[in-house]
Design a protein around this ligand. Structure first.
Ligand SMILES: [Zn+2]
Length: 370
């Protein structure tokens, strides 16, 4: 974990630095060595924090102890900390004269699964999740992000004579259920606190040791959840004319909906729709009353998203019309929005990080996970 955090932390602190810098030009080489020196001297404490967070993970909106630990770290650094913004999250503000407000974000939550790494600090903690007992593990690396977040704050506070402005460090709950951001926004993240000029975040990933990747523009897609119920009329499988068969409608829809992607959507634009589950029926000779399909839709651009949603709804209605069935029930649940990195901000950070990391700093194409 040592080198990982040093790299992530140095990249995060370096990202924030040019935005905060009063002078136009930045001496990246000396700044990088000052950052690395700071991280190395703080390292034993950051490592202990990481291992403690790793051993005691908490699931979405249960991150009480995690948030309390981070709040204590930030208060010790002189940040003004507000807890329970959007249930379990926290906002930490550090003012250092006139200048822009820079937001740095981490997540707090872990996943409902068992850790099988065999590490001495592996999690054996359990919780209740959706009515059942489950193990909890930091399998998405949010423990690394939290340790890097605290380390970035320590480093920036240690170098405060080299920048001016306001730091806004936020710790967001429930990333895994895609609901923590909304909870913070609804609770006044950008009205009760300063609206930042720039925001930075990082996510660990499975790529070569020591590398830092970045993307200008679209990074990850919009995600929408689909719920479609085809309503028919149940009856005996031996007498189909007396029924309206929703299994037939579901089967047609699953195939025909892909023509929205292949025939309607611009082929040069990203968009997918996948049906993940079909529920209907109980017996081999009974046509059920209805069948429910659930699925996910991903897109990068709003106009592509709108076109796909219209096509999906039209296909579902058409399939029902073909069977002379009642209108299907269609529910679209909006999930995450696409992450779009501002090319101007990326350009500024890019120059600094390229000078600091050379070939280890590389552009990365967008991902299709949200
Ligand atoms: Zn994550």
């Amino acid at each position: 974990m040592t080198k990982v955090v040093v790299t992530l932390l140095a990249s995060c602190a370096l990202c924030a630095s040019p935005s905060l810098q009063a002078q136009a030009e930045l001496d990246v080489v000396s700044l990088k060595s000052a950052i690395v020196r700071s991280v190395e001297s703080d390292y034993p404490k950051l490592d202990a924090l990481y291992k403690d967070l790793h051993a005691h993970p908490e699931i979405a909106f249960q991150e009480e102890k995690t948030a309390t630990k981070l709040a204590a770290e930030m208060r010790a650094l002189g940040f003004e900390v507000t807890e329970h913004v959007g249930k379990t999250s926290l906002v930490a503000i550090y003012k250092n004269g006139d200048g822009p407000t820079i937001m740095v974000r981490t997540e707090l939550d872990a996943l409902p699964m068992e850790e099988k790494t065999g590490l001495p600090y592996a999690s054996r903690d359990k919780t209740i999740w959706q009515g059942r007992e489950t193990f909890v593990a930091h399998s998405c690396g949010h423990d690394i992000h939290m340790a890097s977040w605290v380390g970035t704050a320590k480093t920036l506070v240690g170098l405060k004579d080299q920048w001016h402005g306001t730091l806004m460090f936020i710790a967001q709950p429930a990333e895994e259920t895609v609901s923590g951001t909304k909870a913070m926004l609804t609770d006044g993240l950008f009205t009760r606190f300063p609206k930042p000029n720039f925001g930075f975040a990082l996510h660990d990933g499975a790529f070569a040791y020591g590398t830092v990747r970045y993307t200008a523009g679209i990074r990850s897609p919009n995600a929408d959840g689909l719920y479609i119920k085809f309503r028919g009329r149940g009856g005996h499988g031996a007498t189909p004319p007396a029924t309206i068969d929703p299994v037939m409608m579901a089967a047609r829809f699953v195939v025909d909906v892909q023509s929205v992607i292949s025939r309607e959507k611009d082929p040069s634009e990203f968009g997918v729709v996948s049906i993940g589950a079909i529920h209907g029926g109980t017996a081999l000779n009974i046509i059920p009353d209805d069948v429910v399909l659930v699925g996910t839709m991903r897109s990068f651009k709003p106009e592509v998203r709108a076109k796909m949603l219209a096509g999906i709804e039209r296909t579902a209605r058409a399939v029902a019309t073909m069977s002379n069935a009642p209108e299907p029930e269609i529910i679209i649940t909006e999930g995450t929005k696409a992450v779009i990195n501002d090319p101007g901000v990326v350009g500024t950070a890019e120059k600094v990080l390229k000078a600091a990391f050379g070939d280890k700093f590389e552009p990365s194409p967008p991902v299709t996970a949200s």
